[in-house]
Design a protein around this ligand. Structure first.
Ligand code: NAD
Length: 299
């Protein structure tokens, strides 16, 4: 039976190390700060935002929650982002998705200063991912990458199959593993005969949002299986996209839901926020290597 990839334990370990980095920044008079913008009262979004704020507290990162009503105008939202871009105590600006339909999500994401784009959704950071030198990798695939590293298995040359091709998980995940020299296949809702692809995977990463999508017959013996899915069943249980009990007998490693990718996503958000604060400090002292052409007054 497969070994468990424990996202909770890895998160705990990383967050302990974050507190040391926060201490080092404090010695320079800097406290990392994350601004979180929540629009409307989507219950799932509220929960995600609460988890992010809690993780900030746990790590010594200041959090600034801006809860806006669902009918906020796009102009007002852009104005808020402009203020946060210019605010020295804020090193990361995050807009919780989804946004209400009257707001142009792309315009909002593009308004975030690239050097504070800790979610990594600004086109500049997305482009950086394509050429392999992004400063802020998107948090969920970044977390998956660290989970994979804990298995000690080399990614280069492996067959990786990513099920799901969204902008926030599947596509960036595929790019990150391509840069690690894996042979990457991306499957999605229009893929014909999904099993024909998944059965070849040495590493199978599933982010479709479909409970029970991946069953044991679709998995190669000894594969590493990472389940990104988060689905709430009618009975209230939270499950992933993988039939955990069936697949664990076939896989060599498997990540559970909950306790796998979920905690890592929030942990990588803190990592990105710390990195932003560290970069800001380096730049301020003239010893860093400025990558972005952001005006200094913004930092
Ligand atoms: P999405 O709905 O934006 O994208 C889903 C993708 O899966 C699409 O590319 C779609 O074509 C594909 N897909 C759907 N049904 C399929 C099928 N039957 N076969 C193959 N592909 C199929 O979703 P998303 O935002 O990428 O999220 C995916 C899942 O991951 C959701 O369950 C979501 O809750 C979860 N998620 C978890 C975290 C985390 O921190 N663990 C973060 C983000 C998303």
């Amino acid at each position: 039976s497969a070994q468990i990839i424990d996202g909770k334990a890895l998160s705990r370990h990383l967050r302990r190390r974050f507190r040391e980095r926060v201490g080092a920044l404090a010695a320079h008079g800097v406290q990392p700060g994350l601004a979180v913008i929540l629009v409307g009262d989507n219950p799932a979004s509220r929960l995600y935002v609460a988890n992010k704020v809690k993780a900030c507290e746990e790590c010594g990162v200041a959090s600034f929650l801006h809860a806006c009503s669902a009918d906020i105008t796009e102009a007002a939202l852009l104005g808020l982002i402009a203020r946060l871009n210019a605010e020295r105590t804020v090193h990361g600006v995050l807009v919780q998705l989804p946004l209400p339909p009257h707001i142009d999500m792309r315009r909002v994401l593009e308004a975030i200063a690239v050097e504070k784009d800790v979610d990594g959704f600004h086109l500049y950071n997305v482009g950086g991912l394509v050429v392999g030198n992004t400063i802020f990798p998107p948090c969920t695939p970044y977390g998956v990458q660290l989970l994979l590293e804990t298995t000690g298995i080399e990614v280069a040359g492996k067959n990786v199959v990513v099920v799901g091709a969204s902008n926030i998980v599947g596509k960036p995940m595929a790019l990150m593993l391509l840069h690690k020299e894996a042979t990457v296949t991306v499957c999605h809702a229009k893929t014909r005969d999904l099993a024909q692809h998944t059965i070849l995977a040495d590493i199978l990463i599933v982010a479709a949002g479909k409970p029970g999508l991946i069953v044991a017959q679709m998995v190669k013996h000894g594969a590493i299986v990472i389940d990104v899915g988060i689905n709430r069943l009618p009975d209230g249980r939270i499950v992933g996209d993988v039939d955990f009990d069936g697949v664990r007998d076939k896989a060599s490693w498997i990540s559970p839901v909950p306790g796998g990718v979920g905690p890592m996503t929030v942990t990588m958000l803190i990592e990105n926020t710390l990195r932003s604060a560290e970069r800001c400090l380096e730049r301020g002292s003239g010893s860093g290597h400025p990558v972005w052409d952001a005006p200094r007054s913004e930092l």
